[in-house]
Design a protein around this ligand. Structure first.
Ligand code: ADP
Ligand code: MG
Length: 236
């Protein structure tokens, strides 16, 4: 059995036209794997395909040997997968702690939930300070932390993160990437979708480049830095 997240020849469409045209990639356990691609290349569609929100009409997706391809989203999540969606959607009318609790709604043990709070507060001391504050009244950077914290409350084996740096100031982008590195150091496999090439390759082990629904390049982070295909996919 091959472990990790394996996407094989995936084709996904919203209506008639395919948005993903035969995407294959692997996110190996214990690594940060990134998927780079410009706006509209199909990155979020791949995440939706993995989560079962927009299932592929052809191809296969497995995680640690479990076939996810036809599973409903709650079963994909139960297989150990958490996602931080694009735009970071937090529940604005809930407090920080209530938002985090939503992330662990499938966890029956109060003791375990308390331990998870502690873990998240260790990574984000700011969230501990703000735990009774309404999420909607926090800054964009704090909401970004909260959305990552909520994903961690599930204790996932793999975290899918969709464009975490979108719309953040350069300083917060830097902080965000440090946090992602920290999550990986805690033993969680990371699949990071980004447009921000250089900062992403600085923390990733391996990467893929998506252009118009196809993988046009792949390699180690070192190999992708300065790769012609990478710049073509963005500017060509
Ligand atoms: N819900 C949808 N219905 C129809 N088309 C969509 C939908 N979401 C995305 N698309 C189209 O799919 C393509 C890829 O979009 P997306 O996966 O969001 O790209 P990315 O995340 O790389 O910016 C785009 O052409 C977009 O217009
Ligand atoms: Mg997207």
């Amino acid at each position: 059995m091959q472990s990790g997240l394996i996407v094989e020849e995936v084709y996904t469409a919203y209506d008639k036209a395919d948005v993903l045209e035969g995407v294959s990639l692997t996110a190996k356990p214990g690594q940060i794997t990134c998927l780079l691609g410009s706006n509209g290349s199909g990155k979020s569609t791949l995440i939706r395909s993995i989560l079962g929100l927009t299932p592929p009409h052809s191809g296969r997706i497995t995680f640690d040997g479990v076939d996810l391809t036809r599973l409903p989203t709650h079963k994909v999540v139960a297989a150990g997968i958490a996602c931080i969606p694009e735009g970071r959607k937090v529940f604005p009318k809930l407090t920080v702690e209530e938002n985090l609790r939503v992330g662990a709604y499938q966890e029956p043990s109060d003791q375990v939930v308390l331990e998870r709070f502690e873990e998240v507060y260790e990574i984000f001391p700011r969230l501990r300070e703000r735990r009774t504050q309404l999420a909607g009244t926090m800054s964009g950077g704090e909401q970004a932390m909260l959305s990552i914290g909520r994903g961690l409350m599930r204790h996932p084996d793999i975290l899918l993160i969709d464009e975490p740096s979108l719309g953040l100031s350069p300083l917060l982008v830097q902080e965000n990437f440090k946090v992602i590195r920290n999550i990986y150091e805690r033993g969680i496999t990371v699949f990071l979708v980004e447009q921000n090439v250089h900062q992403t390759l600085a923390i990733a082990h391996y990467g893929y480049v998506l252009s118009k629904g196809r993988v046009v390049a792949e390699g180690t982070a070192e190999q992708l830095q300065g790769n012609e295909e990478v710049s073509q996919a963005y500017f060509g």
